[in-house]
Design a protein around this ligand. Structure first.
Ligand SMILES: Cc1cc2nc3c(=O)[nH]c(=O)nc-3n(C[C@H](O)[C@H](O)[C@H](O)COP(=O)(O)OP(=O)(O)OC[C@H]3O[C@@H](n4cnc5c(N)ncnc54)[C@H](O)[C@@H]3O)c2cc1C
Ligand code: FES
Length: 269
């Protein structure tokens, strides 16, 4: 339960309200799995769950991308290199990449939901031969709201990754699709009987994405989502994160839709 004081190495502004922090890990044995999160403590203000958005093969820094929405996240993004934050974790379940081996992979993100998915993109790309077609679909409000724009550009240049991006609204300078992220699903080539999807974004976006994938024959057990709930302890003790019969902090945040079915989340949010 005790946060380890960790030094901030860098703070980079991604979007007007979103920043990526690189933090020194608490020890040389620090590792994480794509999809896991830490509890980040702004000393004297509070502690919040934040996903790890960096490369799982890089154990020299903890990379976390934070959207400032309230007291704690405001304080975290105002930190400077050399400042300290408290870190607990990594906690939670991960995107199950083993389940995708030998199959098509769909990685579908909305808004800041790309942050928890970036480690899975990096992991899949560093073991690219294990997978069939790999597609990243990403939706943001406007071209100016695209997270990791430089990296998206770089990924677009690869022949072994299909990158489809849409925005809700755009000026005439935008050459890509305009519309919700679900509209990209029909543009991608994948075998719904033999593909795995990882989905993260606002709950309403995840709900419509899942409905569309199910309509195309995707099975619930091959559809992974990352859930967000208010958290306090992060380790299954306090009950703050309860969702149906699960504690999202330890049974999640990554869960299959097959698991979620009993919680009625997919169809009722
Ligand atoms: C597993 C997990 C991973 C997360 N990963 C990230 C991440 O990578 N980057 C990131 O920017 N944020 C992430 N979040 C959300 C982040 O934890 C909240 O934004 C943060 O707790 C808000 O705290 P605050 O004190 O700054 O704002 P508060 O004053 O507590 O809240 C500000 C506003 O945000 C809403 N809010 C608070 N917590 C949540 C939540 N968990 N989900 C949805 N809305 C919320 C409140 O209702 C309120 O409207 C994650 C949450 C979870 C559970
Ligand atoms: S946050 Fe305490 S039980 Fe999940």
């Amino acid at each position: 339960m005790r946060p380890a004081p960790c030094r901030i190495v860098s703070v980079e502004r991604d979007l007007p309200d979103t920043y990526t922090l690189e933090i020194e890990p608490p020890g040389s044995d620090w590792r994480f799995l794509p999809g896991q999160y830490t509890m980040l403590y702004a000393f004297g203000i509070g502690e919040v769950p934040i996903s790890i958005s960096g490369d799982p093969d890089d154990t020299t820094t903890i990379v976390q991308t934070i959207r400032a929405v309230g007291a704690v996240t405001d304080a975290l993004v105002a930190k400077q290199p050399g400042d300290f934050v408290g870190v607990r974790g990594p906690f939670g379940t991960s995107w199950d990449t083993k389940a995708a081996e030998g199959r098509d992979v769909l990685i579908i993100a909305g808004g800041v939901g790309l942050a928890p998915l970036r480690p899975v993109v990096l992991d899949v790309l560093s073991h690219r031969d294990r997978y069939e077609n790999v597609t990243l679909m990403y939706g943001a409000r406007s071209p100016g709201d695209l997270l990791f724009a430089d990296q998206l550009q770089q990924w677009r240049g690869r022949f072994d990754l299909e990158v489809l991006i849409t925005v809700d609204q755009a000026q005439h300078t935008w050459r890509g699709p305009v519309g919700v992220v679900t509209s990209l699903i029909g543009r991608s080539s994948f075998d719904p009987d033999d593909a795995v999807a990882y989905v993260c974004g606002p709950e309403v976006m995840m709900r419509f994405t899942i409905q569309e994938l199910e309509r195309r024959g995707f099975g619930d057990d091959r559809l992974y989502v990352s859930m967000e709930r208010n958290m306090k302890c992060g380790i299954g003790l306090c009950g703050h994160c309860q969702l149906g019969r699960y504690f999202v902090c330890k049974d999640g945040p990554v869960m299959t839709c097959a698991q979620m079915a009993g919680s009625c989340w997919i169809r009722e949010v």
